[in-house]
Ligand binder design. Structure first.
Ligand SMILES: C[S@@+](CC[C@H](N)C(=O)[O-])C[C@H]1O[C@@H](n2cnc3c(N)ncnc32)[C@H](O)[C@@H]1O
Length: 255
């Protein structure tokens, strides 16, 4: 798992790992974990690697998580009415982060505080979350940080069988492009971004992997661009020069 997707676990996590994988091993009718490892290593694993990543990581996310980052982004972007603006939500999980940024940018555009040429790319390693993200249907609980105004403007409330669910409106969905990407592999040029969110994924990586992932991701950020990590993720050690702005937010300096 470390070689392929960068996941790194200390020995103390052994009970957690075995409890998360045991049911899967049983369900597949395998003898033991060695057979499971052999299956993961075989080229014909039928997507089992994806299943294992999903079992071993958490996809926890919600709209406007760490709201201070959105407030900060808003103040940094205000007045950028000329030129295009591109945002990348790396490790986007179910898309909550990407659609939160889309709501913010859409509102800013309506108010004439940014131009209309903005795009959002959202990527993850899990096909399962990406599929769900493009359908954009969420339990209302995950939208708890979305203001009533925005709920009205950007979400369709479900009723009957869909009671308790909400779907993001097509006009917002069409602003976000989803794609599969493994942060632990070389990145085919994605273009250069003004803003990158890489939040709450570095926790799965050991120190050398973290550094490599951050530097790799930062090659896709324009000098002067904004870079966000989760506020609980500590300091980022990387070669790329960064200026610290607020907890979890950085500006890329020219090299
Ligand atoms: C906790 S979620 C973070 C979601 C969102 N960024 C947030 O902060 O709310 C972590 C995501 O990282 C993804 N992930 C784990 N390893 C990855 C890798 N090597 N490349 C890309 N995504 C990865 C998982 O599939 C999961 O969806």
């Amino acid at each position: 798992m470390h070689e392929t997707v960068g996941l790194s676990f200390t020995d103390s996590k052994k009970p957690l790992i075995s409890s998360r994988l045991a049911a899967r091993v049983q369900r597949l009718g395998l003898e033991d974990f060695n057979d499971y490892v052999a299956l993961l290593r075989s080229s014909d694993d039928g997507g089992e690697l994806q299943v294992a990543v999903d079992l071993l990581t958490t996809n926890e996310t919600y709209f406007f998580r760490e709201p201070q980052h959105y407030d900060f982004l808003e103040s940094e972007l205000t007045g950028k009415t000329r030129g295009s603006l591109s945002v990348w939500s790396a490790a986007c999980s179910f898309g909550d982060e990407a659609y939160s940024v889309a709501m913010l940018l859409c509102d800013m555009q309506r108010a004439g505080r940014i131009g209309d040429e903005w795009t959002i790319l959202a990527t993850d390693i899990s096909d399962r979350v990406l599929q769900s993200a493009s359908q954009a249907i969420y339990p209302q609980e995950r939208l708890r940080n979305v203001t009533a105004d925005r709920l009205k403007r950007y979400c369709l409330r479900g009723d009957g069988e869909s009671d308790g669910l909400a779907q993001i409106q097509p006009k917002l969905r069409e602003r976000v492009r989803f794609g599969w990407l493994n942060l632990c592999r070389p990145i085919e040029s994605l273009g250069s971004f003004d803003v990158i969110f890489l939040r709450n994924v570095l926790i799965y990586f050991d120190a050398p992997t973290k550094r490599a992932v951050v530097d790799r991701v930062l090659t896709e950020l324009k000098p002067g661009g904004l870079f966000f990590i989760g506020t609980a993720e500590g300091r980022v050690a990387c070669r790329t020069p960064l200026k610290s702005l607020i907890p979890g937010a950085f500006r890329k300096l020219p090299e």
